[in-house]
Design a protein around this ligand. Structure first.
Ligand code: UGA
Length: 442
């Protein structure tokens, strides 16, 4: 069993630390945010992530998992230091590396024994070498024996623990065989394929993976828009494509497009890197553009359905987090839709099972409701923006009786349009061209 320090208690760092502790290692989790660490010490999770609290509690009790803000304490006996700090978007879309630099400098200041530094933060290709340089410079003549390994993380919010414990692959990038093998032993219990590459290739695998998944979603959204015009149904198109083993069905759900703390930032950063090095990332640019248009298109369709204007219309919004099972509202499609609606003079009332606290801070003008029925009350249209389970089987007859105008915009394709039309609703899905034509026929 190993002694591990994980630096940065965001999604990736916290889940990594907690899961390594659960595998039997001693893990010191560090963050410079005192209030976050104090809360974690009391068992209060800084994020909503199913299953996380139990695993934290179990490992704290077993004295394998510790939280601290003190570098010296966290690194004292560490064989591995995992860097898992944020790399937010800078002004031009580039990844901002100030937190990675701070960590590199702190490691250089605090350690006096050989160590393997493992980078899990999503960083521009070449950052591994840059981090190594920072440490070497900072140490000067008092050289530190260390190796750097890139170990990109592929876990998703909402299923983070099981993604960590059951990865499709573990990617390790380093030119030092011994260092890579020592990190590989940490992952051995997970029995996943381990791919060993050089540092820069591992860093690129992370960006390419996220960009490819975002591309699939934008691709199906573009097909959805064409389906709407041509009278086809994108859900069945995706099923038909997905049965081809070369294509597969995942990440082909048309909707409001991708959001969250990763895809938007990473696609932007990859495009920025490409431009900086003289290549033209046309595909990535189109992928981003399609994604923004998806939100605008939903608002345009609502405007059309409501007689050409949204001024003083009351729009109910179901779901605020960027996807179900998380309270994360970073780059959430729902928030962009709300902004667009408000810009056109609409009033928004909304509900989300987990993200209301975060939204109250960011969008204080939005009326937050207690449940989906309150959202429907007096609404001129209801938009499904995040496909939480609790929105899947609502009492639509009750909703019909509560709304001022019975218009449903199912922008995650979760509801049965035909059944809803029978109740009396005007129903719109995404890429359901066959149903759009039915609407026209009605
Ligand atoms: C994503 C990747 O899936 C993870 O592998 C990666 O580790 C993570 O980013 C990261 O870089 O940290 P996450 O942001 O949690 O994970 O979200 P996803 O489940 O990938 O969904 C991203 C967005 O795409 C969501 O807004 C979701 O609603 C949207 N999406 C996804 C669709 O619109 N359609 C789909 O078919 C699938």
């Amino acid at each position: 069993m190993s002694n591990i320090c994980v630096i940065g208690m965001g999604y990736v760092g916290l889940v990594t630390g907690v899961c390594f502790a659960d595998l039997g290692n001693t893990v010191n989790c560090l963050d410079i945010d005192h209030s976050r660490i104090e809360k974690l010490k009391k068992g209060v999770m800084p994020i909503y992530e199913p299953g996380l609290e139990e695993v934290v509690e179990r490992n704290v009790k077993a004295k394998r998992l510790f939280f601290t803000t003190n570098y010296a304490q966290a690194l004292k006996d560490a064989e591995f230091a995992f860097i898992a700090v944020g790399t937010p978007s800078g002004v031009n879309g580039e990844a901002d590396l100030q937190y990675v630099r701070d960590v590199a400098e702190s490691i250089a200041e605090e350690i006096n024994h050989p160590i393997t530094i493992v980078n899990k933060s999503t960083v521009p290709v070449g950052t591994g070498d840059w981090v190594a340089d920072i440490i070497r410079k900072k140490r000067g003549k008092n050289a530190l024996r260390f190796h750097l390994v890139s170990n990109p993380e592929f876990l998703r919010e909402g299923t983070a623990i099981s993604d960590f414990m059951n990865p499709d692959r573990v990617v390790l990038g380093s030119l030092n065989r011994e260092a890579v093998e020592s990190v590989a032993t940490l992952y051995q219990p997970l029995r996943a394929p381990i791919l060993i590459t050089d540092l820069r290739t591992a860093e690129m695998i992370k960006y390419a993976s996220n960009a490819f998944l975002a591309t699939r979603v934008s691709f199906i959204n573009e097909i959805a828009n064409i389906c709407e015009e041509l009278g086809a149904d994108v859900r069945e198109v995706a099923d038909g494509m997905g049965l081809d083993k070369r294509i597969g069905r995942t990440f082909l759900d048309a909707g409001l497009g991708w959001g969250g703390s990763c895809f938007p930032k990473d696609v932007k950063a990859l495009a920025h890197m490409a431009i900086l090095h003289g290549t033209h990332p046309q595909l990535l640019q189109a992928v981003m553009e399609i994604n923004h248009n998806q939100r605008r298109r939903v608002v345009m369709r609502l405007r059309q359905a409501l007689g050409g204007k949204l001024v003083d219309k009351v729009i109910g919004v179901l779901g605020l987090s960027f996807k179900p099972n998380t309270d994360d509202i970073r780059e959430a499609p729902a928030l962009e839709v709300i902004h667009l609606l408000e810009n056109e003079g609409a009033e928004v009332q909304a509900y989300d099972p987990q993200a209301m606290e975060n939204v109250a801070k960011e969008l204080p003008e939005v009326k937050l409701c207690k449940n989906p029925y309150q959202v429907a009350e007096g609404a001129d249209a209801l938009v499904l923006t995040t496909e939480w389970n609790e929105f899947k089987q609502l009492d639509f007859k009750r909703i019909y009786s509560l709304m001022r105008t019975p218009i449903l915009m199912d922008s995650r394709n979760q509801w049965d349009g035909n059944a809803l039309r029978e109740i009396g609703f005007t129903y719109f899905g995404i890429g359901q061209g066959n149903q759009v034509n039915n609407n026209k026929r009605d």
